[in-house]
Design a protein around this ligand. Sequence first.
Ligand code: ISL
Ligand code: CA
Length: 561
Amino acid sequence: MKENIKWWQKAVVYQIYPRSFQDSNGDGIGDLQGIRQHLDYIQKLGADVIWLNPVYVSPNLDNGYDIADYEAINHEFGDMQAFDNLLTEAHDRGIKIIMDLVVNHSSDQHPWFIESRSSKDNPKRDFYIWRDAVDGHEPNNWGSFFSGPAWKLDTATNQYYLHLFATGQPDLNWENKTLRDAIYKMMNWWVDKGIDGFRMDVISLISKPDNLPDGPIPVGGTYGDANSIVANGPRVHQYLTEMRQQVLNNSDLMTVGETAGVDIENAKRYSALDASELNMIFQFEHMELDNNPNPALGKWNDQPVDLIKLKANLSKWQTELAGKAWNSLYWNNHDQPRIVSRFGDDSPEFRVVSAKMLATLLHCMQGTPYIYQGEEIGMTNATNYHLEDYNDIEIKNAYDYLVIKEQLIDAQTFLKYVHAKGRDNARTPMQWSANDYAGFSTVQPWLKLNNNYAEINVETALADPDSIFYHYQKLIQLRHELPIFTTGEYLLLDSDDAEVYAYKRLTKDEELLVICNFTKEGQIRLYPIPDAAELLLSNYLDDQHELLRPFEAKIYRFKKI
Ligand code: ISL
Ligand code: CA
């Protein structure tokens, strides 16, 4: 691997959720022109790649993850000219752009689906997954990711269609070769435009198992778990190999698959270094460690993560993929709550140190790190939200199902859980300044602001040399300058230490030692550190050696001992 390092193995990605990044025309919705205004900011941070969440024509049931036209820009965001300008200006700065590819499902407003549902003998009928009722019920017991059944009866033809997500997101039928070819054609159209790669939405779900067997029903639940049945389906590797040949090999692209339900064995195939499928994947296990112990409640919970479990999990991915496949490293994205509120401490006293600690822990690992907008200034969960403030379909459907229909929890408990885990925590408008509407817009934004924007914003961060922003900037520089960040072997220390996460990165002649105190208490730990060791980065002004202060994080570098 050392000889043959690819550009995307050394890159750091900055993820932009366009709706919430910058509104340039005063309609309260972020847009492409708004992103152009901040390319200098992203360059200053040092990121190499931007991942854009979906910007295509969409009825926005799931904020762009329900696509009605794959080759046109949603007018709220601008037009194709605005996209081309953004791409050119990013490239002028040496920044690449990867696009979100959402092809497990389309919108029910996509012309393909409109045709498909019109009659059983329409040529597009087989582009989607249609089944007859079984004994007057849904064709199987699968539940949707967004609560309720994964099937909807369509009265036009009296058959059910499959939707693993919202009813307005019918699943595409990848068994159909004409459909696959249409998708590859669309992808090549984007590649020809000069984009630099794809982030592939729930790509692990595209191959449904034959006969669509029922899923296991979690204790206390109603529907079968579709994810465990569909993920890594029988032909998914075949389809991705085909995609690689038909599209991905046509240019030097970066690809990352979002692979819900992936295990190590499948991960090694999706992201094998032999370049047969994708470059890397997003796995979810470290984002599920703080799920509710009651499986019927899934992610809805407000309990902290167990550090020993987190270590075991991250270390498993580090060691198992090493030398064979490639990891993505992430704490945050548009579906996850803010990491400083989740695994750190967002109180005024510890927000900055704990955000820097979490950044250090992640960015010293092997893989390609992703930074989600606002993470670099330590944006927090929005606890000023009431139930009526939420926009996210996952939250709304979960409320209808868990609180109203099944009455598994009361509204107050639900709100507590949504404050901790809801996706809208990530989607509150980017906090640029203490000005009106946080400098995001000149009018009330589409989604309520986090009320801490006067203290937590980009302007304040850029003016403070000790800010979280500059810590991220330094971590990116280190990765760019020191090959050990990319190539070094990962070695976990003290797997049963419940307070401090320490690990090494090792090359033939060098070591990094990364030490992260996950607690707000002081800790005493003695690690073997040679006198000549260089302290590369820390989140405190001085080094007190074996004394680790609250959330202290340090990176040492030294010749191998
Ligand atoms: O968000 C989740 C948990 O809160 C996940 O279950 C999520 O739905 C899953 O990871 C798939 O996510 C992707 O596809 C969805 C879309 O809503 C998400 O925003 C996207 O990242 C459907 O397209
Ligand atoms: Ca706008």
